[in-house]
Design a protein around this ligand. Structure first.
Ligand SMILES: Cc1ncc(COP(=O)(O)O)c(C=O)c1O
Length: 476
């Protein structure tokens, strides 16, 4: 067995028709080997073929430009060595924004003059642009009394803006009030009496997604959860749990608690190989990184607008692959889902031919004005640069947290995470810590035993330093 695993080893293994490469504990795996293994679906496993439980190679530390495997911790969330920042694996080594450009970008968000806003995993900061958009609706309403043609057009424009953001067409997008509603709409469109009644979720879902599907068990749905192992979701588990009875995998892109990000393309391939569909909850990633639903081969994607999309509560979008639309006849419906919402035919149910059939009643007009403005702002800055900046700050935050002796529950490899870096605190104190930070002008978000530090494109290194210093001080 090789001590240094290169891409050659992966190619040889794949050529032999093997899906696993067993390596010794002390093996060094090059980054290219790792990437090749991912592309060729060869799993690198530490140990011997007959080991009782092969361990995944998901944890490691970087030395001399290569990743050195270390033993994977047994429990979730993972325990980290908090005495050094050596284990952090950066993705980019600097921000694409110059200091002057960052200052200009920050000027759009007046609250940044007095607060450090790092709660973007919960609510994005308020921009001048979004505020003006909401005021524009209010002013139009005041001046016109009622202007439905304009308002509905603005909702359609928001759908178009969202479509542009994810590489889709406006007709492939529906608008609803929340991600819960979006998932309910899809769940109510599946025939659980047919051959496929299983729904695969993960333990990393936001609870609402679990609630919606579990509520459909009374109609015959069978719900299973892919386990989190050491804070990660393994392809091996998807392969094991996916079968020809599974209609859909409804999975999060980024875990709301720790920021762990899964490889959607690889998961979609596993699900599609068994004839299932993939629904992605992109609430913790959309607006913070580039997403192209066509490239990733995703069937359905949903997200709301108040986090990285910089909007307000009350609106969410659903992308549906056009070929899938005719199969979906949601029980959760309304007049805006009809082919002609203005036919006023009470005795006829006639679904629209486009993704609009997933909509319900009167659309969220005020929130749509805000949503459109927020997404335009992101497009102007550029999702590629936003992703780079956030990745840079992610690495900066991981290092900063570890060097301050804080316990980090997020992956240490930036490529495996979204914007959130979760710092572990006593569960019973997390809310009080969030409040105490807020009093010091630092807006973060507590969940369970974590304080989530979630930067966006307008955040700076100084923001991260202030938040971590204050958190360190509070934790004593
Ligand atoms: C990943 C994820 N999905 C869903 C939700 C909830 O969405 P909604 O309240 O729009 O139903 C959240 C809220 O934080 C979330 O983080």
């Amino acid at each position: 067995m090789p001590d240094i695993v290169t891409s050659e080893d992966i190619h040889r293994r794949a050529a032999d028709g093997e899906s696993r490469l067993y390596v010794p504990q002390e093996a060094i795996i090059t980054d290219i080997a790792r990437e090749t293994a991912r592309r060729m679906s060869v799993e690198i496993v530490v140990g011997e073929p007959d080991s009782p439980r092969p361990e995944s190679d998901s944890f490691g530390e970087r030395q001399d430009g290569v990743l050195r495997l270390s033993e994977a911790p047994a429990e979730s969330p993972p325990k980290r060595d908090s005495s050094s920042a050596d284990g952090v694996v950066q993705k980019v080594d600097r921000s694409p924004f110059s200091p002057q450009e960052l200052r200009n970008l920050r000027a759009e968000f007046p609250s940044l003059q007095s607060t450090v806003h790092l709660a973007n995993c919960s609510q994005g900061a308020q921009s001048l642009r979004v505020r003006r958009a909401v005021e524009q609706y209010m002013e139009n309403w005041r001046a016109s009394g009622m202007d439905w043609d304009y308002w509905v057009q603005e909702v359609n424009n928001a759908k178009g803006e969202f479509a542009r953001l994810i590489g889709a067409e406006p007709d492939e997008v529906a608008v609803v009030g929340s991600v819960s509603e979006a998932v309910s709409s899809v769940a109510g469109a599946i025939d659980y009496e047919g051959e496929r009644n299983r729904i695969l979720l993960t333990e990393a879902e936001f609870p609402t997604v679990g609630h919606v599907w579990l509520a459909h068990e009374k109609y015959g749905a069978e719900v299973d959860f892919v386990p989190l192992r050491d804070g990660e979701l393994l392809l091996e588990d998807y392969r094991r749990m996916m079968d020809e009875r599974t209609a859909m995998a409804a999975i999060t892109h980024v875990y709301y608690q720790t920021g762990y990000k899964q490889d959607l393309e690889a998961v979609a391939e596993v699900i599609h190989n068994q004839g299932g569909y993939v629904l992605v909850d992109a609430y913790q990633s959309c607006g913070a990184c580039e997403i192209d639903v066509k490239e990733l081969d995703i069937d359905i994607l949903t997200t709301g607008n108040l986090k990285y999309l910089l909007g307000v509560p009350g609106i969410a979008f659903i992308y549906v692959r056009p070929e899938l639309v005719p199969e979906l006849e949601p029980a959760d419906t309304g007049w805006f889902a009809q082919r002609d919402p203005f036919s006023f035919e009470v005795k006829v149910l006639d679904y629209a031919e486009t993704a609009r059939r997933l909509e319900g009643g009167t659309p969220p007009v005020t929130a749509a004005f805000a949503a459109q403005a927020g997404m335009q702002l992101l497009q102007e800055v550029g999702l590629d640069r936003i992703e780079q900046h956030i990745d840079y700050l992610s690495g900066y935050c991981l290092r900063g947290a570890l060097t301050r002796g804080l316990q980090v529950a997020s992956p240490l490899e930036v490529a495996k995470k979204g914007p959130t870096t979760a710092v572990q605190v006593p569960a019973e104190e997390s809310h009080a810590i969030e409040m105490a930070l807020k009093r010091r002008g630092v807006v973060t978000s507590a969940r369970g035993s974590m304080i989530r530090i979630a930067p966006h494109y307008f955040n700076s290194e100084a923001d991260i330093d202030i938040a971590l210093d204050e958190l360190r001080r509070l934790l004593g």
